[in-house]
Design a protein around this ligand. Structure first.
Ligand SMILES: Cc1cc2nc3c(=O)[nH]c(=O)nc-3n(C[C@H](O)[C@H](O)[C@H](O)COP(=O)(O)O)c2cc1C
Length: 372
C-alpha cells in the first residue's frame, strides 16, 4: 500500500516523501520585490520540518503588468534573483526540493509598482472584492485586453523568469494557471471573451497556455522541472465551472502532455470534490490520473486525518498541503511521530498575511519556532 512517507522521484529529483508545501503568498518581500532574510527563515523552517518539496508563493515574472500584490516577491531582475539564491541554498541544505511558482496576476491585481493598468485576455474585472489579507485595495484596477505586443511581453516574462529561476538554483518552476490569475483567465469563458484564435471553445482557450508551457520547457535545461497548477475555481469566484464540463479538463491534460509538461498540480476546495458541469463523478485530479501518465500533485483540504487515504487514492501523486502546513511548518515530522497537529488560527494572518504578523502571533501564543 502506498504511503505519504514513501520516497518519490520527479524527473530525476529525489523527494524523501510525498508531502509538499503548497504555494502561499506572504507579501513579505521589500518594496522592489526582493526576498528578505525573514523569508529565508520562513522557507528554511519548512525544509527542516521534513517536507519532500516546497512550492514557493506566487512570484511575479516581469516589470510590466505581472505583479499582483504590494510586497510580493519577483524574479524579474538580478537583485531579486540573487536574494532568492540565498534562500535556495538554505532550503537545499536540508535535502528538500524547491520549486518557484511563476505568477502573472492578469486582471486579478491589487497592486503593481510598474503600471496602473492590468492586462487580461479581455477587459473584464474579477467578480467580488480584492482580498484584504493580501493588502488593502480600493476595487480592481482598469483592465486592458491584451494585444499582440502584450502576448509577446508576457511570454518573454515567463521565459526570462525560468532562466533566472534556474540561475538561482531552484529545482524547477510551477506555472500558475489556477485561482483566477492570467493563465487561468485564458481558460475561463468568464474572463476570456475575445473574438480571435485565443478564444472560443476550450481547444482555443488553452492555446496560449500551451504555448507558454512549450516556451518554458524550451528554456528549461537538463532535468529542470516545468509544472503547472490548474483549478476551475478562482479566489473570488468559488463556483466557476468551465462550460464544457469534464471534457475541458480532459482536453487540457492532453494538450499539456503534448506540450511536454512535467507535472500537473490540481487544486480545489476539496481534493475529491466533483466540480464539473454536467454531473461528472470525477475530481480534477482523477481526470489527470485516468487520462495521462503525467506526474500529479493534489491539493485541497489534506490534513492529519485524511492524508494516508489521499495518498492511496492517488498512489503516484504528491500531496500539497496549505493551511495545515502554515499552522505546522514541521507537519511531516509530526505526522510521522504521531505528535499533535495544530489548527490554523486565522488571526495569524491578520490584518494581512505577512510574515511579520505571523511572527508576532507566534510570540503572543507561545508558538515560536527556533531555527538554530
Ligand atoms: C495565505 C495563503 C496564500 C496563498 N497563496 C497562494 C499562491 O501564492 N499561489 C497559489 O497557487 N495558491 C495560493 N494559496 C492556495 C493554497 O496553495 C491552497 O491551494 C489552499 O490553501 C487550499 O489548500 P489547503 O486546504 O491545504 O489549505 C494560498 C493560500 C493561503 C492560505
Amino acid at each position: 500500500m502506498s504511503s505519504a512517507f514513501d520516497s518519490h522521484e520527479v524527473k530525476g529529483h529525489k523527494l524523501k516523501n510525498r508531502l509538499v508545501v503548497a504555494p502561499m503568498t506572504r507579501i513579505s518581500a521589500d518594496k522592489k520585490g526582493k526576498p528578505t532574510e525573514l523569508m529565508g527563515d520562513y522557507y528554511e523552517r519548512f525544509a527542516k520540518g521534513g517536507w519532500g518539496m516546497i512550492i514557493s508563493e506566487g512570484v511575479y515574472t516581469d516589470q510590466q503588468a505581472s505583479q499582483g500584490y504590494s510586497h510580493q516577491p519577483g524574479i524579474s531582475d538580478a537583485p531579486q534573483t540573487d536574494a532568492w539564491r540565498t534562500i535556495v541554498e538554505r532550503v537545499k541544505q536540508h535535502n528538500c526540493q524547491f520549486i518557484l511558482q511563476l505568477m502573472h496576476a492578469g486582471a486579478q491585481c491589487q497592486h503593481n509598482e510598474y503600471t496602473d493598468t492590468a492586462i487580461a485576455p479581455s477587459a473584464v474585472q474579477p467578480k467580488g472584492e480584492p482580498l484584504g489579507w493580501y493588502g488593502d485595495a480600493d476595487g480592481w484596477p482598469e483592465v486592458k485586453a491584451m494585444d499582440e505586443r502584450d502576448f509577446d511581453a508576457v511570454m518573454q516574462g515567463f521565459v526570462g523568469a525560468v532562466n533566472r529561476a534556474r540561475e538561482a538554483g531552484f529545482d524547477g518552476v510551477e506555472l500558475h494557471a489556477a485561482n483566477g490569475y492570467l493563465l487561468n483567465e485564458f481558460l475561463s469563458d468568464y474572463f476570456n471573451r475575445r473574438n480571435d484564435q485565443w478564444s472560443g471553445d476550450i481547444g482555443h482557450r488553452l492555446t496560449y497556455v500551451a504555448m507558454v508551457v512549450k516556451a518554458a520547457k524550451a528554456a528549461a535545461k537538463g532535468n529542470f522541472i516545468v509544472g503547472i497548477r490548474l483549478s476551475q475555481i478562482t479566489i473570488t469566484d468559488p463556483d466557476y465551472q468551465w462550460p464544457e464540463g469534464e471534457e475541458a479538463m480532459i482536453k487540457l491534460v492532453k494538450a499539456l502532455k503534448e506540450a511536454g509538461i512535467d507535472y500537473i498540480h490540481t487544486t480545489d476546495s476539496d481534493v475529491n470534490r466533483k466540480p464539473f458541469k454536467g454531473g461528472s463523478n470525477k475530481s480534477l485530479a482523477e481526470i489527470v490520473q485516468e487520462f495521462s501518465d503525467i506526474q500529479l500533485i493534489v491539493n485541497g483540504g489534506i490534513d492529519e486525518n485524511n492524508y494516508q487515504h489521499v495518498a492511496s487514492h492517488y498512489p503516484s501523486a504528491l500531496l500539497a498541503v496549505g493551511k495545515k502546513g502554515l499552522a505546522n511548518p514541521d507537519l511531516p515530522l509530526r505526522l510521522k511521530s504521531g505528535e499533535s497537529v495544530d489548527e490554523l488560527d486565522f488571526a495569524m494572518l491578520q490584518p494581512s498575511a505577512t510574515l511579520e504578523n505571523e511572527w508576532q502571533w507566534r510570540k503572543q501564543n507561545d508558538k515560536e519556532i527556533e531555527l538554530d
